[in-house]
Design a protein around this ligand. Sequence first.
Ligand code: NAD
Length: 371
Amino acid sequence: MSKENGKKILITGGCGFIGSNMAAHYLAKGWEVVTYDNYSRPGSKKNATWLEKSAISLQQSNGIGHLRQVRGDVRDLESLQEAMAGVDVVAHMAAQVAVTTSVEDPMEDFLINALGGINILQAARSCGSDPIVLYASTNKVYGGMEHLRVGASTLRYHFIDYPEGIDEDFPIDLHSPYGCSKGACDLYMIDHARIYGLRTVVFRQSCIYGPRQFGIEDQGWVAHFVISAVLGRPLTIYGDGKQVRDVLHVRDLLEAFDLAIDNIKVCAGNAYNLGGGPGNAISLLELIYRLEPELDKAIPLTFEEWRPGDQRVYISDVRKAERDMGWTPRTSIGTGLKDLCEWVKANKELFDVKGIEVKQRKMEHLQPSNV
Ligand SMILES: NC(=O)c1ccc[n+]([C@@H]2O[C@H](COP(=O)([O-])OP(=O)(O)OC[C@H]3O[C@@H](n4cnc5c(N)ncnc54)[C@H](O)[C@@H]3O)[C@@H](O)[C@H]2O)c1
């Protein structure tokens, strides 16, 4: 066992979609992994079980796979401090993730995302091992962008003045309680590098997709479309379906986390827009038209009114990440979608969860997130 082996990472939200992929990635590299999750997201317990099995199989095959799973809440500073003992890297993935829920309960959203974020920073400063802190922020920090000129073609919208997408100098404009709470944490992260010398890196993520994503109507739309199509569930499109997002396979996101750690001297204190970029931008309709041949079935659609706040286009300009850490998105939409479809088809039983459907119905009347 080499010791890249021997490095230790704490992943808050480690049983969520991105967190569980990340935990598996670092386990396979021989790191000691601590997941820290309150299992509030439907699907997170299933991810926890999958991680346990993955760790056991790694232990049996080559003696790595050192996993500890802590049930904890990021609002609880003391428990975070305990879990953070001796870590080299903290990846802060835990969050209240839906705009819809934040509108229903802004206080809860604030406590999880803003207070939870500063708890992470407090614990990182006091834990004694000076960990690198990676934070999963969101493109939502740039707000509604209503003033940008947008053109339209048959199947999609596009930015007229931003062919390379939105870069990190675009003005921050926090919309919705979710935007405010995630944005507050984003700025605290950057400022803690400035004021306390903490090695923080902020990733302003666009739409991330891939295996282990329990997408629902208001969060994780690519997985939601694939799961609905595979299981033959009705699919509703709000608006005309020409809305465009740049999608990024989770595998590419993990590569960015690795590169930021490797290049921490350059990356510390910086924010990076991470998405598929202009080359991996796709509209809702285009996704449907790609899925139909992939799954070899017609996907019936219902159209409803636009939901308030839904952006016509968001595309990340990813060139800063390329300059600073040599990162570019590498997984094409075709390859990534095939991968997600295979996972959903092979794991249909995972989606037979009442909780996911109930949560979805409860939120149907509220505005969407763009994640
Ligand atoms: N998936 C995307 O497209 C996307 C886009 C932009 C930003 N993000 C951000 O990336 C991060 C991970 O997103 P994801 O898609 O994996 O979401 P997810 O919902 O799958 O995972 C979040 C995890 O955090 C846990 N959690 C929630 N509240 C908690 C709390 N109070 N204490 C401890 N754990 C808690 C949940 O149980 C869940 O396992 C989030 O911070 C999200 O805001 C995601």
